[in-house]
Design a protein around this ligand. Structure first.
Ligand code: NAD
Length: 477
């Protein structure tokens, strides 16, 4: 079942027009609840079949998804495969390989006072869940949580981002052809449709996007006491100390910052660079950019575009926040902003206020790593933190004295490529985490079960108590 209109009716950032009526949304929500209540999503065979179908959907239609991503974001094939289609296929394969192990009841010890009996934790599906995703990785961030939701035996309503309309339409068209349409429903649309969805009761809401909307989501969830996972953003710092390998540092930072045109929640937002290597590193950045995208990045097939005019207009004034080292050029008609590096940036400048979420990298000097740590700790806890250094003690000092959702030493963004690592924020950068087993965990309830034997029934716990029983109980506890 798909509740979508055709792609031609979509306008980028059309957040007010309705794509799906309230009645259709309510019918969809009741349908996934009825399907869950029927119990068909619980058997592992059924979940595995749906996961294999999901994998088939991605593999059979990879070209169509990559084209949609290119239309929405100018995303090149390589970045589309790495971070969207290929990423998802890997995630599904990992889930299929491990699902039976993850779903096994987990035995735990029973204390003497409770013996004889067996105690175990059962992974129970939560029920119908709502997945709301953003536009920057519009395929991955919708289908990756869905993978966990299916694996854990739930039904789901998916709300792709209206800001990436081509990807939203492709998913709405193709997903019902592969998955059980009574269990998984795509509701396309913007604020109005999401508001209607949020008024319904779900057993979990998985939201990826910005902190302001996260507050709306959490408030709506509170009405039904629905638990939430919030995958948010923030300003992820990147510290480069005097002992870093500058060639590798330059390549990795330039790659992670300008991948998807800087529209990545874990992109290094700003740099804190030791003053002794500051100029040499900037020099290497310039040369690396030339090597990656040529003299004119606008002509490079590997460099994307800003998602829409609203974001282009938001980013443009930030180009004046410092002295240009590279980039600075822009073209509104094609939503192009060159990979831009700024030096001599004041901590109070506009580019240092909110998450940049675009291809602009402010570089600030620090005189030692403790100054960088103080700078980071004076701000909101970020989604990611990066430190480049060849000194183990420095890396350890940064990691142990700061708090962030995730972190890399001598790399950026790449921790997302390790599916065993939980992906999520801390404080204002989010709550909860997912990927691999962690997705299965997020979408499951851990039910505690004690299965008591009736062959022995010690009278100790029953009244009348008396001093003698109390003495024994104290020994057993
Ligand atoms: P967006 O505008 O696509 O919004 C996200 C979702 O929220 C969409 O589905 C949209 O329809 C819905 N929405 C928007 N306004 C709403 C409202 N008033 N009420 C209900 N629903 C509403 O995406 P965005 O928020 O611009 O995404 C960018 C942000 O997401 C950045 O802060 C980025 O760091 C963060 N992000 C985080 C992760 C992560 O995994 N932690 C990944 C990607 C992006």
């Amino acid at each position: 079942m798909t509740l979508s209109s055709h792609v031609e009716t979509h306008k980028p950032s059309a957040t007010t027009s309705r794509f799906t009526s309230d009645d259709e949304i309510l019918a969809a929500v009741s349908r996934v609840r009825e399907t869950f209540d029927s119990g068909i999503t619980r058997p592992l065979d059924w979940r595995e079949r749906e996961l294999r179908q999901l994998q088939r959907m991605v593999e059979d239609n990879e070209e169509e998804f990559l084209e949609a991503l290119h239309k929405d974001l100018g995303k090149c094939r390589m970045e589309g495969v790495i971070a969207e289609t290929g990423f998802i296929v890997n995630e599904i394969k990992l889930t299929l390989k491990n699902l039976r192990k993850w779903a096994k009841p987990e035995r735990v010890k029973v204390p003497v006072a409770v013996m004889p009996g067996k105690a175990y934790i059962v992974r129970e599906p939560l029920g119908p869940v709502l997945i709301i995703s953003p536009w920057n990785y519009p395929f991955q961030l919708l289908i990756s949580p869905l993978t966990g939701a299916i694996a854990a035996g739930n039904t789901a309503v998916l709300k792709p981002s209206e800001v990436a309309p081509a990807t939203s339409a492709a998913v709405a068209k193709l997903l019902p052809r592969y998955l059980d349409a009574s269990a998984y429903v795509v509701v396309e649309g913007g604020v109005a449709e999401t508001t209607t969805l949020l008024a319904q009761r779900f057993e979990h809401i998985f939201y990826t996007g910005n902190g302001a909307v996260a507050r709306v989501v959490m408030t709506a969830a509170a009405r039904h006491l629905t638990p939430v996972t919030l995958e948010l953003g923030g300003k992820s710092p990147c510290i480069v100390d005097e002992h870093a390998d500058l060639d590798i540092t330059a390549k990795r930072i330039m790659w992670g910052k300008f991948f998807n045109t800087g529209q990545t929640c874990v992109a290094p937002d700003y740099l804190l660079v030791h003053e002794s290597i500051h100029d040499a590193l900037l020099d290497k950045f310039e040369r690396t950019l030339q090597h990656f995208y040529g003299a004119d990045p606008q002509a490079s097939a590997d460099y994307g575009r800003i998602v829409n005019e609203r974001h282009f207009d938001r980013l443009l004034p930030l180009l004046d926040s410092g002295t240009l080292v590279a980039g600075g050029k822009s073209e509104r008609a094609s939503r192009y902003i060159a990979p831009t590096i700024l030096r001599d940036v004041s901590p109070d400048s506009p580019v240092m206020e909110d998450e940049i979420f675009g291809p602009i990298l402010p570089v600030l000097r620090v005189s030692n790593v403790d100054e960088a740590i103080r700078f980071v700790n004076a701000r909101a806890k970020p989604l990611a933190l990066y430190v480049f250094t060849n000194d183990k003690d420095t890396a350890e000092r940064v990691l142990s004295r700061t708090s962030s959702g995730g972190a890399c030493v001598n790399d950026v963004v790449a921790h997302l490529g390790v599916p065993e690592l939980p992906f999520g924020g801390v404080g204002p950068s989010g709550m909860g985490a997912y990927h691999g087993w962690h997705s299965f965990d997020t979408f499951s309830h851990k039910k505690s079960v004690l299965d008591k034997s009736i062959h022995l029934d010690a009278p100790l716990r029953y009244p009348p108590y008396g001093d003698n029983k109390l003495k024994w109980i104290k020994r057993l506890l």
